[in-house]
Structure formats: structure tokens, C-alpha cells
Design a protein around this ligand. Structure first.
Ligand code: SAM
Length: 326
């Protein structure tokens, strides 16, 4: 058991180690919930430090606290409120223990046995006068989906993103973390890099070797701080941008016009594609990974303008057998 002195000089009461708690409560990791636990306090502290300053007026939402390693590091930073969203009810007792420890420190800890993909942040954090931090050692199985959902929320200034200073400090498989941050021309550049860099500035803070987790995953893990841009690079609706970027990257090794052209019906496809590339001032023989965010967005703008004159094209799906457009 260890007691830790907090910045305020107060102590978090002595607690059994995470390793002992996992043993005591027989918390075997479940593969289907992507459970890999971090037991090393220096690493959990380092993740939370990456989130930047957390003060006693701030709210923190932790995704998937599990047995509570990162949770302890967050408590040591003394936010005003800490929301824990955990799908696996087996962790409730260990989290309740932390809630009791936090009571004398005036930190409100709320435990939600819920799926983060369905969790209504706006309902649980109705007041926007406080800054919100999103922190989590994310389950691999949902990490990309969650991030894309949050970009959607960010583009609409809803959910966690009604304020423009809500930062995310999250873990991903190392390769995914590198893709999120990949710059133009890099081998890892993909749809996720462009989507991430339209609404945020992602920063790869550090890598945690797989062996630091219990059980050890097959891969290393990257900690990424995802900082919303004060001014997003587009005002276009999220689904339209997502559609255009997905099509551009659907044929990675080909010229970018190939994937982009599948947004358009077969009839007149070549000519319209050429016209839209001209309108966007983008060279259509570049490979998708060579396109900057600005170029992808100019292509999205050209497509959006095309839809004004041809709204039926929005419903076009090139994989559907044969479609009447009107
Ligand atoms: N935070 C702990 C740590 O660092 O040791 C556990 C991290 S583990 C990689 C991921 C955690 O997310 C697990 O506790 C798992 O039960 C939880 N989880 C998985 N899917 C979830 C979901 N959809 N919503 C909320 N929590 C989820």
C-alpha cells in the first residue's frame, strides 16, 4: 500500500497496489473488451501529465478505467469532477474504493457502467463553464470509431466539444497513433490522418512498449494528445467530408482521381472528375498520401458545389448494382 502526496499537500489515502487489487478481485482480462491493464504508476502518471494542466475547476472523463491505474493518477491531479465510464461491471468495486478515497479531497467521482459509444456527455456535463479533459487507455476494438465519432461531435460543436478547449489524451495501437499524426508524403498517411488533421492537431507524445501491459498485447501503444483546432479547416458538414476523404483513399496506390471519381455516377464520370479537379486546383495524378489537408478539402468543396447543381449525386453508391438517379 502506498500513500501519495498531492499538489495541494493532501494525501490520497494508502491503497493496495493495482496488481494486488486485480488478484484480490480475480479480475482476469477479457479479450472481447480489449482489456490490457497498466500497473506502472510512472506510466499512468506520464499519460495524465500529457493532458497538460488539470486544475480544481476542471472535469475529467476517463474512458475504460478498468482497475483504476490511470484513475489514481488523475485523482492526484485533483480535478473538481471525475466521470468514469466503464463497460465491465466487474470493476465497480475497485472504482468505488477510489471514489471513497477521493471524498475527503472534495473530488466528485461518478461511476457509470456504460458503453462510451452510447454515453451522452452533454447530459452528464450540461454546464460548459468548466473545462473538460477526455483521457483513456482505450480499448483497441473501439478506439478509431470513438475518435471519428468525436471528430463528428467536434465539427458540430456538440457533446464534449461545446467548448473549443476540450483536449483528448488517448492511447492507440502504435501503428494507429502514427497514422493519426502522419504528415503528407509519409508512408502511414491515410484517411485517419487527414480526418484527424482537419479538426485537430494530433501530437504523438510517447510510446509504451507492449510489455508494460498485463496481459501483454501483440503491439506497442502510442499516447496521442488530440488538440481541437481553434478554427477548424472547414465548415463543410462532417458526413460530406468523411465521404470524400474515404473515396480519395479507397485506392491508395492509384492516382487520387481514381478513388475520387467513384463519388460520381458512371455517366460523364471522367469529364466531371476532371472538371472538379480543375476547380479544386489539384493535380489528379497525385497519390492519395501525397495530398495535403487543404487539397483534400478543396476537393470536398468542389464536390459540395457539384451537389448544389446535381443533388441526386449525393445518394450515388458506386457499389450498388444499377441506380436510377431520379
Ligand atoms: N484504464 C485501464 C488501464 O489502463 O489499466 C484499462 C484499460 S483497457 C485497455 C480498456 C478498458 O476499457 C477496459 O477496462 C474495458 O473493460 C473498457 N471498455 C471496453 N470497451 C468499452 C466501452 N465500449 N465503453 C467503456 N469501456 C470499455
Amino acid at each position: 500500500a502506498s500513500a501519495r502526496i498531492l499538489s495541494s499537500g493532501m494525501r490520497l489515502p494508502p491503497l493496495p497496489s493495482i496488481r494486488d487489487l486485480v488478484k484480490l478481485y480475480k479480475l482476469q482480462a477479457m479479450k472481447q473488451l480489449s482489456q490490457n491493464f497498466l500497473m506502472d504508476e510512472r506510466l499512468t502518471d506520464k499519460i495524465v501529465k500529457s493532458a497538460g494542466r488539470i486544475d480544481n475547476n476542471d472535469i475529467v472523463l476517463e474512458v475504460g478505467p478498468g482497475p483504476g491505474g490511470i484513475t489514481r493518477s488523475i485523482l492526484r491531479r485533483q480535478p473538481q469532477r471525475l466521470l468514469l465510464v466503464e463497460k465491465d461491471a466487474r470493476f465497480t468495486e475497485t472504482l468505488q474504493l477510489l471514489r471513497e478515497c477521493a471524498r475527503p479531497l472534495d473530488i466528485e467521482v461518478e461511476i457509470y457502467h456504460e458503453d462510451i459509444l452510447r454515453f451522452n456527455i452533454e447530459q452528464h456535463v450540461p454546464d460548459t463553464t468548466q473545462r473538460l479533459h477526455l483521457i483513456g487507455n482505450l480499448p483497441f476494438a473501439i478506439s478509431t470509431r470513438l475518435l471519428i465519432n468525436w471528430f463528428d461531435d467536434l465539427s458540430r460543436r456538440r457533446g464534449a466539444f461545446r467548448r473549443n478547449d476540450t483536449c483528448m489524451t488517448l492511447t492507440f495501437q502504435k501503428e494507429v497513433a502514427e497514422r493519426i499524426c502522419a504528415q503528407v508524403g509519409s508512408e502511414q498517411r491515410c484517411r485517419l490522418s487527414v480526418m484527424s488533421q482537419i479538426w485537430t492537431e494530433p501530437v504523438l507524445k510517447f510510446i509504451i512498449p507492449g510489455k508494460a501491459f498485463v496481459p501483454k498485447p501483440q503491439v506497442d501503444v502510442g499516447v496521442v494528445k488530440v488538440i481541437p483546432l481553434k478554427r477548424p479547416k472547414t465548415e463543410l458538414p462532417f458526413p460530406l467530408v468523411e465521404r470524400v476523404v474515404r473515396h480519395i483513399f479507397s485506392m491508395r496506390q492509384k492516382y487520387c482521381r481514381r478513388g475520387y471519381s467513384t463519388l460520381l455516377p458512371l455517366e460523364g464520370r471522367e469529364e466531371t472528375t476532371q472538371a472538379l479537379f480543375q476547380r479544386a486546383d489539384v493535380k489528379d495524378t497525385m497519390r492519395p498520401f501525397e495530398l495535403s489537408v487543404a487539397e483534400c478539402l478543396r476537393l470536398a468543396d468542389a464536390y459540395a458545389e457539384h451537389l448544389v447543381a446535381h443533388p441526386e449525386v449525393a445518394k450515388y453508391d458506386y457499389r450498388a448494382p444499377k441506380q436510377a438517379l431520379n
